[in-house]
Design a protein around this ligand. Structure first.
Ligand code: DC
Length: 240
């Protein structure tokens, strides 16, 4: 039986609940949690607010590539223990989850130099292992040697409803139909792009959580995958 710190890569379509699951696993193991999508969202926010994306969605790639190396994106944990994304020293967490960013992020994430820029930061986070990272290409491209790879799926309707409820809770005005439309569009772009498309790694284990609770998912992980590494996620009552 293996022991010591490992990397857990969690990939899958939008709104499959990857980040909620990944955060809980990281907390339960005392590992670091990293949201790779937040980096693509931060680059998108930077590009949008600095005029590199026009009203029709056209991206000024040449100038974006020129300035990107000077852009600083970092994660810091707030008092509640939540990870916050900072762009050049400013907290942009609130803005990167809004629909303006969601609707432009997939075309930005398709650009090879953007992926290279983000991947350098992601791989740095895995240097000491003890990491749970979620995204679209973590098990295939970022950490192809990750000890555990999970590919999360759920039906489109279930995913869109989860996202819709999240947005409603934040007071956003999006309709269910527009959320579903955006989700389908992103899934398509994410899985058809040329560089590192969203795809299940050969050695990833699929988890369809359409009708699973978060507790069921943790139990699945504790039963099926973690015993090989002598690890177990312990949940406190207050955590779910
Ligand atoms: O997980 P998310 O919805 O926050 O991700 C935002 C976008 O970033 C998503 O549409 C695809 C892209 N992404 C990616 O291409 N590769 C990753 N590893 C993570 C996210």
């Amino acid at each position: 039986m293996a022991s010591g710190k490992i990397i857990i890569a969690i990939d899958g379509y939008s709104s499959t609940g990857k980040s909620t699951f990944a955060k809980l696993v990281a907390k339960g193991l005392g590992y670091i949690y990293a949201d790779s999508g937040a980096l693509y969202r931060a680059v998108t926010y930077f590009a949008y607010t600095n005029g590199f994306i026009d009203d029709r969605g056209n991206i000024d790639k040449e100038n974006l590539q020129r300035v990107l190396p000077k852009v600083e994106i970092t994660f810091r944990t707030n008092k509640k223990g939540d990870s916050q994304t900072f762009l050049n020293g400013a907290n942009i967490e609130k803005y990167i989850r809004q629909s303006t960013v969601s609707s432009h992020v997939s075309p930005i994430a398709e650009i090879p130099f953007v992926r290279d820029f983000v991947n350098v930061m992601l791989r740095r986070m895995g240097q000491d292992k003890g990491l749970v990272m979620d995204g679209r290409d973590i098990g295939t491209a970022v950490f192809p040697n990750a000890e555990i790879k999970i590919f999360m799926t759920a039906s489109e309707q279930v995913r869109a409803m989860r996202r819709f409820k999240e947005l409603q809770a934040k007071g956003e005005k999006d309709t269910f139909e527009s959320v579903l439309e955006n989700l389908k569009k992103r899934d398509y772009i994410d899985s058809h792009r040329e560089k590192d498309p969203l795809t299940k790694a050969k050695d990833a284990i699929e988890l369809d959580n359409s009708s699973m609770s978060l507790e069921d998912e943790i139990e699945w992980l504790n039963t099926i995958l973690l015993p090989n590494f002598n690890l177990k996620v312990e949940l406190g009552q207050q955590e779910i």
